[in-house]
Design a protein around this ligand. Structure first.
Ligand code: PLP
Length: 396
């Protein structure tokens, strides 16, 4: 027996591979510091949990409408005003997480042979779903000198008659980079000039340390060619609930709903009511989480920059630091992959190699700082020891 060859095209997320390796190190009796998986460590806000439980007790345990519970679609549409996007419920499709919406968007928009501009480094699922849909990912770089903003000139240079879509992720995984409004305006102009779709992954949209909350879809004419992908996982600490959505032109919502019907039928009904409580209830847990994350970011970034051979930008959003560790790698004779492997095996600290996000991540590590301060302090201590040990061994 064998599976269909199309499965060979799918990529994966290295974070899960490293998590499994870290669990083995734990099974051998070691205390591992986990900075590999990208999820907030704060619990789901209690009023959200209550709303989910109440919905279950109220018998909301049956199929929902495929496109989502109308009240939730409406609340999502209204919430978009905060990022300058005007939408109504008919523009919104609810899915079990942002990831299924990325999958649906690729299947709905990409034809065989189409080129899709994809960030490198970037969330590995972009490349995977574009290929799965028959498209060809065309990597574009980020500008490290400008906090990993998308490099608009490099994007423009990669557009060909086959280019169909641009994938944007602001704030960005794995770098925490954002785009200036001017960058977004230039990208919007490119999308209009070359008739491109924009798939705008905004899952970290509310986790920004500069107070902004931008969406390219807010720019004139862009809502007609943009699918916003967003969800509740990161903002409301709801990774395990599985709740996300897409915002798109109303005409596209109908075929997208058919795709959802063929795939998941609908998103769990009670989960949607929990999401409704998250969106319409107090937003203080989000504000508190973001200010806590800011302090953790500063602790980690300052600690990293104090290590010889490590240079780390201060991320403007998301909860990842993406230090340049080339100074260490050169002296120790390692790649970022072997460095990450040795940090786990010898120093029991789980981080991701930058190349887990594409070749453009070479020379870097990704560290998630959405964890306890004590864990970050322990990770820094282990990194300092690890770097000293590896560099000394490499120099021998
Ligand atoms: N997009 C990006 C950039 C992410 O980092 C993640 C999760 O790590 C997702 C999408 C998926 O989020 P969800 O849990 O809503 O599927």
């Amino acid at each position: 027996m064998r599976s269909a060859t199309r499965l060979d095209i799918l990529g994966t997320e290295q974070a899960y591979v490293v998590l499994a390796a870290a669990r083995q190190v734990e099974a051998a009796g070691h205390r591992v510091v986990h900075l590999e998986i990208g999820e907030p460590d704060m619990p789901t806000p209690p009023h959200v949990v209550e709303a989910g439980v109440r919905a279950l007790r109220d018998g909301l345990t049956r199929y929902a409408l495929a496109a989502g519970v109308p009240e939730l679609r409406d609340a999502i549409a209204r919430s978009l005003a905060a990022r300058g996007v005007r939408a109504s419920a008919e523009n919104v499709i609810v899915t079990p997480g942002a990831k299924p919406m990325l999958f649906c968007a690729a299947l709905a928009l990409v034809e065989t042979g189409d080129e899709v501009l994809t960030p490198d480094p970037g969330f590995p699922i972009y490349e995977s779903v574009v290929r799965f849909a028959g498209g060809r990912p065309v990597y574009y770089p980020l500008d490290e000198t400008r906090g990993f903003a998308p490099d608009v000139d490099a994007i423009a240079a990669r557009i060909t008659p086959r280019t169909r879509a641009l994938i944007l992720n602001v704030p960005h995984n794995p770098t925490g980079g954002v785009a200036a409004l001017d960058d977004l305006a230039r990208l919007a102009a490119l999308a209009e000039r070359h008739d491109l779709w924009v798939i705008s992954d905004e899952v970290y949209g509310r986790i920004r340390y500069d107070g902004r909350y931008d969406s390219i879809a807010a720019l004139p004419g862009l809502a007609e060619r943009t699918v916003i992908v967003d969800g509740f996982s990161k903002t409301y600490s709801m990774t395990g609930w599985r709740l996300g959505y897409g915002v798109m032109p109303a005409w596209l919502a109908a075929p997208m709903t058919t795709l959802v019907i063929n795939n998941v039928s609908c998103t769990a009904t009670f989960v949607q009511y929990a999401g409704l409580a998250a969106l319409t209830g107090p937003q203080e847990p989000v504000t508190r989480m973001v200010s806590g994350l800011r302090a953790k970011r500063d602790l980690l970034v300052n600690g990293l920059n104090a290590i010889d051979g490590v240079a780390c930008d201060t991320p403007s959003g998301a909860f990842y630091a993406f230090p340049d560790v080339r100074g260490v790698l050169e002296r120790a004779g390692l790649t970022c992959e072997t460095f990450a492997e040795r940090l786990l095996a010898e120093h029991h600290t789980a981080v991701l190699a930058g190349t887990a996000f594409g070749p453009g991540g070479a020379g870097h590590l990704r560290l998630c700082f959405a964890t306890e301060r004590a864990e970050i302090e322990l990770a820094l201590e282990r990194l300092r020891n690890g770097v000293t040990g590896l560099v000394t061994a490499g120099a021998r």
